[in-house]
Write a protein that binds this ligand. Structure first.
Ligand code: HEM
Length: 253
């Protein structure tokens, strides 16, 4: 045991031409709002960006309505007021729950082999894959663990506590993963989607992970597009320079 296995989910934003799927981001936002937001914040994400094209693309009136659910402390009023699109999402409500704004870029799903990073070259860093896998990787703890061991056994989470009784003579872990402080947040059928999209655990995990990739990298589509235009431009420039070169030296040959 030891190494955790991260599933290589197929995301619409994978690959050099991948982009976010608006419907998937809206479903992920719904899951975040109805489940994760009870504990986790998104303090780096301005609410107005929910209207951004290439993001969840919510209509402006829906963004305003969404923002109003939050009580925001306004230093100018020295009082709280309903949120507006210029405010950010709140910070984590639970002290030991990390902020999720950048989590998809803070974790790697794929490693190796042998520290070469070839898996990341082929599959990507794997942040959203890690998050989706984490959410579906709760299992009954192995019988070596004491009944009262703190946390929940998760085969994808490697940074948590690990019972001495589940280590071999060399201190190696006999089972993958470790014990996480977060209770399983999703069980499947946790939310109802307006469009009737599947709310199976596997789909919910993937949709909320896609949303968290967007919060961490909101300009992914634009970045890929700019890169493509750049490569296209350089290709055309190369052809023109080659022809210019031919023409310039033609009399000398
Ligand atoms: C940790 C996601 C719901 C409490 C985490 C981590 C992620 C995550 C990605 C970080 C794991 C790591 O460090 O590698 C989510 C998502 C949720 C959700 C997507 C909704 C579907 C909740 C809820 C609670 C909660 C509802 C509280 C009841 C925590 C805590 C940690 C944590 C306490 C720290 C765990 C530790 O370090 O042992 N969560 N979470 N989460 N979450 Fe959640």
């Amino acid at each position: 045991g030891g190494e955790a296995h991260v599933e290589n989910f197929d995301f619409p934003f994978d690959g050099p031409f991948g982009t976010y799927d608006t419907n998937q981001l809206q479903r992920g936002l719904q899951i975040y709002t109805e489940v994760c937001a009870a504990c986790h914040g998104l303090k780096f994400v301005p609410l107005r960006t929910l209207a951004d094209e290439g993001g969840p693309s919510l209509p402006e009136d829906q963004v305003r309505a969404y923002a109003e659910q939050f009580e925001v402390f306004d230093p100018e009023l020295d009082d709280t007021r309903p949120g507006t699109p210029v405010d950010h999402f709140p910070r984590s409500a639970l002290e030991n729950a990390p902020d999720l704004s950048l989590m998809a870029k803070a974790r790697a799903g794929f490693h190796g082999p042998y520290g070469l990073g070839i898996n990341q070259l082929l599959k990507g860093i794997g942040g959203p894959e890690y998050i989706a896998t984490l959410l579906i990787s709760y299992e009954d703890p192995p019988s070596c663990a004491p009944e009262d061991f703190a946390g929940y056994y998760n085969t994808a989470f490697t940074a948590g506590g690990y019972p001495e009784d589940c280590k071999d003579e060399d201190g190696g872990h006999m089972y993958p993963g470790s014990w996480i402080a977060m209770a399983p947040p999703l069980a499947g059928e946790d939310v109802e989607f307006a469009d009737g999209h599947s709310n199976e655990l596997h789909h919910e995990a993937q949709d909320v992970a896609a949303f968290l990739m967007w919060t961490a990298e909101p300009k992914l589509s634009q970045r890929k597009q700019a890169g493509f235009v750049g490569v296209l431009f350089l290709t055309i420039l190369s052809v023109l320079l080659y022809l210019t070169n031919k023409r310039l030296w033609a009399p000398v040959k």
